[in-house]
Design a protein around this ligand. Structure first.
Ligand code: ADP
Ligand code: MG
Ligand code: ZN
Length: 450
């Protein structure tokens, strides 16, 4: 009720120093953890304030300890330091700490009313007998507020950083089904989410708080190179459409700019040359350049001196530029997840932006060839690698379907990430004009194979 919201807001300000929530989703997740007795799943991007979703409720819930599992000691130390500064009692038990510190923490946890509000542990620690004893003791005295599993995607073999030790958390959780479990992650495809629910035995109904993957300011479409007389000119027109005529009169920092992804180093060079000749100043960026050159190109683009960069996918990690007006793929993305991430570098400022794949049969075949090679190599290495390679093949096939089946492009992302279908509102070629999209796709299939 409103009383809870009041308490929550007061704690937010008094203890965490924030005047408001970062988002409605953060607020709703906090309230669910505070009020609810059930399991909670939180999936929000990095930096959106997931920690608060369990830290704030832990502070409110007195006389109880929240058990927080986090993958790395470095992360744990960092969090604890941060909390201690705010006079929130957070502790850890781990194999690297001094015996006397460990004794101090254990003793506190065995008192009638522990000072500790949050107890951070690694998944390795969770499996130790020391910890099991503490847990049993706390449980017996009804002093556990909830289990928190941060970076919960680590339980999934399909996640980026699978940690076998995370699998043991399932057993731990099953022993204490009466304690609510809160799982948090930044990466949640439908597959990873399903794994998290299964591995941590989350009890339905799970209260689910997930940022929608729908980016309503991005217009997605496909152009088929095979049915064009001059694909490079198409690309240059696409670029100039998004850049506008007056891009170089705008303030450097917010000048419109674009990224064109290519598969090979050679094609970044060739395309950059062609585009520059056509009047769009473009530079190539790839791992083959000398460090200094590469840094220079990136810097010129970041600061708005050159509008367009042609790059291999090594470009963009950690690049956070707000005014990217378009992301074009001159090549075939390897997976829906990869494409979502790469194209998602467009429109960070919320302004209308474009994401287009310049699809070509040649590129499609090249990627397929490389992937098949990879599959056969990995198959020889053993079952585990084979499974991984097959998953890559499946991701790729999903990407082919994205390009070759006329349907809402945003809806494909939503289904991949387990969201309900978005209200696209003509933010993709198919929803804008289904007939034209079907026609151009058909024309591609009828075009010469060569
Ligand atoms: P995540 O785990 O989702 O990557 P964090 O929990 O580490 O994100 O939080 C990211 C940053 O956001 C931190 O610096 C945190 O202090 C800040 N933050 C969290 N909630 C709020 C809020 N309500 N108002 C302002 N800043 C916040
Ligand atoms: Mg986090
Ligand atoms: Zn659509």
């Amino acid at each position: 009720g409103s009383e809870t919201l009041e308490t929550v807001l007061k704690t937010l300000e008094d203890k965490f120093g924030h005047t408001d929530f970062k988002s409605t989703l953060q607020k709703d997740a906090v309230l669910a953890v505070v009020q609810g007795s059930g399991d909670v799943f939180v999936s929000m991007p990095t930096g959106s304030g997931k920690s608060l979703c369990y830290q704030l409720p832990a502070v409110i819930k007195e006389r109880c300890v929240a058990i927080v599992v986090s993958p790395l000691l470095a992360l744990i130390t960092d969090q604890i330091e941060h909390l201690l500064k705010r006079k929130i009692v957070a502790e850890t038990i781990n194999s690297k700490m001094l015996v006397e510190d460990k004794r101090r923490v254990c003793n506190d946890l065995k008192t009638k009313c522990p000072n500790t509000q949050l107890l951070y542990i690694t998944p390795e620690q969770a499996a130790t007998s020391t910890f099991q004893e503490i847990l049993a003791h706390l449980h017996k005295h009804k002093q556990i507020s909830y289990f928190v599993v941060d970076e919960a995607h680590c339980v999934s073999q399909w996640g980026h950083d699978f940690r076998p030790d995370y699998l043991k958390l399932g057993k731990l959780r099953e022993k204490y089904m009466d304690i609510p479990c809160i799982a948090l992650t930044a990466t949640a495809t439908a597959q990873v989410e399903k794994d998290i629910y299964e591995q941590l035995s989350l009890k339905s109904p799970v209260a689910r708080f997930k940022t929608s993957c729908f980016r309503s300011n991005l217009f997605y479409d496909i152009a088929f190179q095979n049915t064009s007389a001059d694909p490079e000119t198409d690309l240059s027109l696409y670029a100039s459409e998004w850049l506008g005529d007056d891009w170089d009169t705008q303030p450097l920092k917010t000048r419109p700019c674009g990224i064109i992804y290519c598969r090979t180093r050679e094609s970044t060079g060739t395309l950059a040359e062609i585009l520059t000749k056509k009047g769009i100043h473009t530079k190539a960026y790839h791992a083959g350049l000398k460090d200094r050159e590469r840094a220079e190109v990136q810097d010129e683009w970041m600061t708005g001196k050159i509008p367009v960069i042609t790059a291999t996918i090594s470009f963009g990690m950690g690049v956070d530029k707000a005014s990217v007006r378009f992301v074009a793929h001159w090549c075939m993305p390897q997976s829906v997840a990869g494409y979502y991430q790469e194209s998602g570098r467009a429109g960070r400022d919320g302004q209308p932006s474009g994401c287009r794949i310049f699809y070509s049969r040649k590129e499609r075949n090249a990627v397929e060839f490389l992937l098949k090679q990879d599959v056969s190599k990995k198959t020889k290495k053993g079952a585990k690698y084979e499974k991984q390679a097959k998953q890559m093949m499946k991701s790729y096939e999903a990407m082919v379907r994205y390009c070759e089946i006329p349907q809402c492009r945003h809806a494909i992302f939503s289904s991949y990430f387990g969201d309900s279908p978005p209200d696209c509102q003509k933010k993709c070629d198919f929803c804008l004009d289904p007939k034209a999209t079907e026609d151009k796709t058909q024309a591609y299939f009828s075009s010469d194979v060569g």
